[in-house]
Design a protein around this ligand. Structure first.
Ligand SMILES: [Zn+2]
Length: 316
């Protein structure tokens, strides 16, 4: 008898059994989802303990700029991040609380305006002690070229974020240089998540149209300035793709927001609308100095096999 032929003799029908199993599975899924949301809501309301605040005060000076009303939201996001994500040490590294907190806190800056759950596209953060070597495939027509690059970070589509702890520390130490590999890689993650959820746009249709218009125009203007040999405030690596332009701008937005607003006000305005934050108005750090534009680069590796990382920061 076919599985879904309905018999009239009651609940012994295979079809009813299947429906009952599906209903039970659905109820289980809804129950788990509701349980997770309640758990995250509890964590989100929980402040960080004193030792964690001490670590962040030392390792994440950028956070000292945050307005007081945003600090509880940041701590809530850190709690949720630490509860939901797995950190894995690579290359012999043993991941400790300092590493977990520093990475989680910088990533949480990007989602301050959102309520948990956030960061749906990955569950693991891999941490190397230093910049790591990763293979890369490039194509020149029919020719496949294999290269090896030293990287400070990577963001794998629907996969882990990979970070070099030495570069995390360096990026976090000077919150005014516009370089922060954690902000960069998690900006790629946000980009990926929004691209995969067109039914949940962050901006309304008019806002989205403005966003696309301004970013496309500024991206082309930036590339033109580079072609003309002009020095630029934005790292030249941002010219590689719109994704890298967005990730580099995110670093500048949080670390050199006032300067970004002064130089490129429309671009700043769009980022402020996207992140729903105004870091240019936060307290600034007098120690912040611009980083050399050529000191750090990352690379776009498309086209590559589907399982390769397509966004990363590369050291040269
Ligand atoms: Zn990148």
């Amino acid at each position: 008898m076919p599985l879904f032929s309905l018999r009239r003799d009651g609940l012994t029908s295979p079809a009813w059994l299947v429906l009952a199993l599906l209903a039970a599975a659905g109820a289980g899924w809804l129950g788990r989802r509701a349980w997770r949301r309640r758990r995250l809501a509890r964590l989100f309301a929980r402040p960080l303990p004193a030792f964690a605040r001490d670590i962040l005060a030392r390792r994440a000076p950028l956070l000292a700029r945050l307005p007081a009303e945003l600090k509880p939201r940041l701590e809530g996001h850190v709690q949720c991040f630490l509860a939901e994500k797995t950190f894995v040490g690579c290359g012999g590294l043993v991941v400790d609380d300092e590493m977990r907190l520093t990475i989680a806190a910088h990533a949480s800056l990007l989602v301050l305006h959102r309520d948990p759950p956030v960061w749906r596209s990955f569950s693991t953060v891999l941490v190397y002690p230093e910049s790591f070597v990763a293979p890369e495939v490039e194509y020149d027509g029919p020719v496949e070229i294999h290269r090896r690059h030293v990287r400070a970070g990577e963001s794998w589509p629907r996969g882990p974020v990979v970070l070099s702890w030495a570069d995390v520390l360096e990026g976090a130490a000077d919150p005014g240089d516009g370089y922060n590999v954690v902000l960069h890689e998690f900006a790629h993650k946000l980009d990926e998540e929004y691209a995969e959820q067109p039914d949940k746009p962050l901006l309304d249709p008019a806002g989205r149209a403005r966003w696309l218009r301004v970013l496309s125009r500024e991206f082309e203007r930036f590339r033109r300035r580079l072609e003309e040999g002009q020095e630029d405030f934005i790292d030249e690596y941002a010219a590689l793709s719109p994704a890298e332009f967005f990730a580099i701008l995110t670093e500048l937005f949080f670390e050199r927001g006032a300067e970004l607003r002064r130089r490129l006000p429309e671009l700043y305005e769009q980022l402020a609308a996207f992140y729903r934050l105004d870091p240019a108005s936060w307290e600034t750090f007098p120690s912040g100095k611009p980083r050399s534009a050529s000191a750090v680069r990352c690379t776009e590796t498309l086209p590559t096999p589907a399982n390769w990382p397509h966004r990363c920061r590369r050291r040269e």
